[in-house]
Design a protein around this ligand. Structure first.
Ligand SMILES: [Fe+2]
Length: 162
């Protein structure tokens, strides 16, 4: 039964955009796990935990994205090979400095935000308020997380005590 009351053809574009976001989110998630494991140096305790917070958040959103696609009566991508094929985010190297890791996450966030805006544009055309509501809430949160990472990245060098 068509419980959505929306046109199927218009929703196809929404679910396609959601699948592109889902693919990128999965690569972003794995990048964060890798950073969580490979972080070294003075900022280990801070960043090890921060990366865990971020990947736990990504894990929840990945599930919500896939289930939104199912709610729209479409099929979410489920294979790693598909995620790698359709992701706009590249797999990261494991061994990076702390600053390179944070910079990489900020770059990934920029890509995710652009994909979220594409989803909202498609949902807007389809009159799909449910998707607009879901993704709209993601955007402000990821923007805030990016601000915090950017603030950390631009921190001043600690004065050396003598
Ligand atoms: Fe852990």
């Amino acid at each position: 039964m068509n419980y959505l009351g929306l046109k199927r053809e218009e929703l196809l574009n929404v679910s396609e955009q959601l699948n592109l976001l889902l693919a990128s989110y999965n690569v972003y998630y794995q990048n964060l796990r890798s950073f969580h494991w490979h972080i070294q140096g003075d900022n280990f305790f801070d960043l090890h935990e921060r990366f865990e917070t971020l990947y736990n958040d990504a894990k929840i959103k990945i599930d919500e994205l896939a289930e939104r696609i199912l709610t729209l009566r479409q099929k979410p991508l489920g294979k790693m090979s598909e995620y790698l094929k359709f992701s706009n985010i590249d797999e990261t190297e494991d061994i990076l400095s702390d600053k390179e890791m944070v910079f990489n996450i900020l770059k990934n966030h920029k890509i995710l935000i652009a994909l979220m805006r594409n989803v909202i544009m498609a949902a807007n055309e389809a009159g799909d308020e449910g998707t607009i509501d879901l993704i709209g809430s993601y955007i402000s949160k990821i923007e805030k997380a990016s601000w915090m990472l950017d603030a950390w990245l631009s921190k001043k060098q600690e004065p050396v005590l003598v």
